[in-house]
Design a protein around this ligand. Structure first.
Ligand code: UTP
Length: 287
C-alpha cells in the first residue's frame, strides 16, 4: 500500500460569508491570535506525516504564497537587531513543508479545485484538508484518517455527528452500521432535516485514492454551475467503495463569523501568556 505523502488544500473560494474583509484578505489568512488559520491546517498535515502540500489558489491569494515564503528584509532586520527567537520562528514558517501552488483560474467548485491537483498527485493516495475547518492542534484529525486508510486501503471520509436541526448545513451520510470505521452507501448534500439519512456528516478531512480524479472528470456541473466533490464521492462509493471514520474533538468553521470568533476565544483561553487575562476580561464584560 502506498504511503499518504501529499495533501491538497483548496483555498481558491471567494469567502463570501466573510465579506467585506475577504475582498482584500483571503479568509485563510485571518489570524487566530498571531498565526493565520491556514498555518494551523498546514501544521496539522505536517504533524500527521504529510511531506508535500499542494495549495489550490486563485486570484487575490498571493498573501498565502508570501506567508510561506522567505521574507528576506524582515529576516535581515531581525538578525541585525539580535531578535534571535523571533527570527527562528519566522524562518521556521518558510521551511515547514515542500509547498506547491496551483491556480484554479475560476472558482468552479470544490470538485473542480481538487481536480486541478491531478497531475501533481499522480498515482498516489492523498489527503484533502479544507482550510476552513480547524481542530484542536492536539487531535490531528488527518493522522486518524490516514490510519483508517492504512487499515482499509480505501478512500476515507472524516466524519462527525451533529443534531438533526443542524444536518442541513452539511453533506449527510448513509452508512452500514459497524465500528468507528464504516462503509458508506450514499451522500446527500445539505438535506432537509427530515430527509437526512443520518446525523453523520462529511467533516473537512478526507483521504482519497487516485480513482477520485476519474470520478471528478466524469462529474457534470450542478445547477449552480459548480463541480461538486460530493457527486464524485458518490460515484467513488459505487465504483470502488468509500469508508467513513468517526472523529472526535473540538472543531471550528472559521469561514463563518461565529465559528471564527469561537476559535479565537478557544485558542485565546488556552494561550500560555494570554489565557488568564482573557478569561478575566471575558467574565468582566459578561457580568
Ligand atoms: P466554501 O464552500 O467554504 O466556499 O468552500 P468559499 O467561497 O471558500 O466560502 P463562502 O461559503 O463563499 O463563504 C470550501 C473550500 O473549497 C475551496 C474554498 O477555498 C474552501 O476552502 N474552494 C471552493 C475552492 O478552492 N474553489 C472553488 O471553486 C470553491
Amino acid at each position: 500500500m502506498k504511503k499518504v505523502r501529499k495533501a491538497v488544500i483548496p483555498a481558491a473560494g471567494f469567502g463570501t460569508r466573510f465579506l467585506p474583509v475577504t475582498k482584500a484578505i483571503p479568509k485563510e489568512m485571518l489570524p487566530i491570535i498571531d498565526k493565520p488559520v491556514i498555518h494551523y491546517v498546514v501544521e496539522e498535515a505536517i504533524n500527521s506525516g504529510i511531506e508535500d502540500i499542494i495549495f489550490i489558489t486563485g486570484r487575490g491569494k498571493v498573501d498565502i504564497e508570501n506567508y510561506f515564503d522567505h521574507s528576506y528584509e524582515l529576516e535581515d532586520q531581525l538578525r541585525k537587531t539580535g531578535k534571535q527567537e523571533l527570527l527562528k520562528e519566522i524562518e521556521k514558517i518558510s521551511n515547514l513543508a515542500n509547498i506547491i501552488y496551483i491556480r484554479q483560474k475560476e472558482p468552479l467548485g470544490l470538485g473542480h479545485a481538487v481536480l486541478r491537483a491531478k497531475d501533481v498527485v499522480g498515482d498516489e493516495p492523498f489527503a484533502l484538508l479544507l482550510p476552513d475547518v480547524l481542530g484542536d492542534e492536539k487531535v490531528l484529525y488527518t493522522k486518524k484518517i490516514i490510519e483508517a486508510y492504512q487499515e482499509k486501503g480505501k478512500s476515507i471520509i472524516g466524519t462527525k455527528e451533529t443534531t438533526r436541526e443542524n444536518i442541513s448545513k452539511y453533506g449527510a451520510l448513509s452508512y452500514e452500521e459497524g465500528g468507528d470505521i464504516f462503509k458508506l452507501n450514499n451522500v446527500i448534500e445539505k438535506p432537509a432535516p427530515d430527509e437526512a439519512p443520518s446525523n453523520r456528516y462529511i467533516f473537512g478531512r478526507y483521504i482519497f485514492t487516485p480513482a477520485i480524479f476519474a470520478c471528478l472528470e466524469k462529474t457534470k456541473p450542478a445547477q449552480n454551475g459548480e463541480i461538486m466533490l460530493t457527486d464524485a464521492i458518490l460515484d467513488l462509493i459505487k465504483s470502488e467503495g468509500v469508508y467513513g471514520k468517526m472523529l472526535e474533538g473540538t472543531d471550528f468553521d472559521t469561514g463563518d463569523k461565529l465559528g471564527y470568533l469561537q476559535a479565537m476565544a478557544w485558542y485565546g483561553l488556552r494561550h500560555n501568556d494570554l489565557g488568564e487575562e482573557l478569561s478575566k476580561y471575558l467574565k468582566e464584560i459578561n457580568s
